[in-house]
Design a protein around this ligand. Structure first.
Ligand code: SF4
Length: 247
């Protein structure tokens, strides 16, 4: 596959963002398709936003690429959703797995459930099971598409639709940046899009089974992630915490 890595100047990127802020999500994905073609891919955790986003991407191009990181610790419901999504869209989901020798060494030294034993251990596990596989997945891409929304809080409040991702030497595209949670939910329902049944059981944000719990009404939507950690700034796994340089 020909790798397309266009580089925009800071001024060009500002212009692109101004233009894309004024168009529909489908138009944003059309721009991605025209600009990057098959060197773009959606990196999906199969959460609600990702399911809504892939539905739109698939309407833009039936060649839409869908990549996910299987940490080998996901809930059963998420594995079921992988299969439902493949059936619905006929998409060949690209799975990236942790390196088994790294998992083996980590577990041997720290135990299977090391993440409960402090933030260092939790970040070690996320590094082995998520961050390293993500780096492998992104190394071949000109652009990665995410389901991030600005109203998810933390660093996400300041995301642009298109950002230069210095860490991964490619572009990061956030077509749902302006969406609200209720819009995502309504879009899923209106289009009968398959979604993770755990969302109906109090799980607005989904990740690995041992590190995700249901939340109660009024709690922050990320409160169910690594709930035993008290630092609210720690509610990221390392995939989205690198602030991309705005080129
Ligand atoms: S979310 Fe939990 S199980 Fe999953 S990679 Fe991070 S620490 Fe490991």
């Amino acid at each position: 596959m020909a790798l397309v890595r266009p580089r925009f100047s800071k001024t060009e990127l500002t212009d692109i963002n101004e233009r894309l802020e004024a168009v529909t999500t489908k138009d944003v994905l059309n721009w991605v398709e025209l600009t990057f073609g098959r060197s773009a891919a959606q990196i999906s955790s199969f959460g609600l936003e990702d399911q809504a986003l892939f539905h739109i991407y698939w309407t833009v191009t039936k060649d839409a690429r869908l990549i996910t990181l299987d940490t080998l610790r996901l809930p059963t419901e998420t594995y079921s959703l992988f299969d439902q999504t493949k059936l619905r869209y006929g998409v060949d989901v690209e799975f990236f797995y942790p390196q088994l020798n790294s998992v083996s060494e980590m577990v041997k030294e720290h135990g299977n459930n090391l993440f409960y034993k402090g933030r260092y251990n939790r970040e070690l596990c996320c590094g082995v099971r998520k961050v390293e596989p993500l780096g492998r997945a992104l190394s071949d891409l000109g652009a990665w598409i995410t389901g991030l929304r600005r109203d998810q809080g933390m660093d996400r409040g300041s995301i642009n639709i298109v950002e230069w991702d210095q860490a991964h030497n490619n572009y990061k595209v956030n077509p749902l940046a302006n969406w609200k949670f209720d819009e995502v939910r309504d879009f899923i329902d209106a289009n009968d899009i398959p979604y993770n049944e755990l969302h109906d059981k109090g799980y607005p944000s989904l990740g690995c089974a041992p590190c995700t719990r249901a939340i109660t009404p009024g709690e922050d939507i990320r409160a169910g992630r690594w709930w035993w950690e008290t630092d609210s700034n720690a509610k990221e796994c390392g995939i989205h915490i690198v602030e991309p340089a705005k080129r």
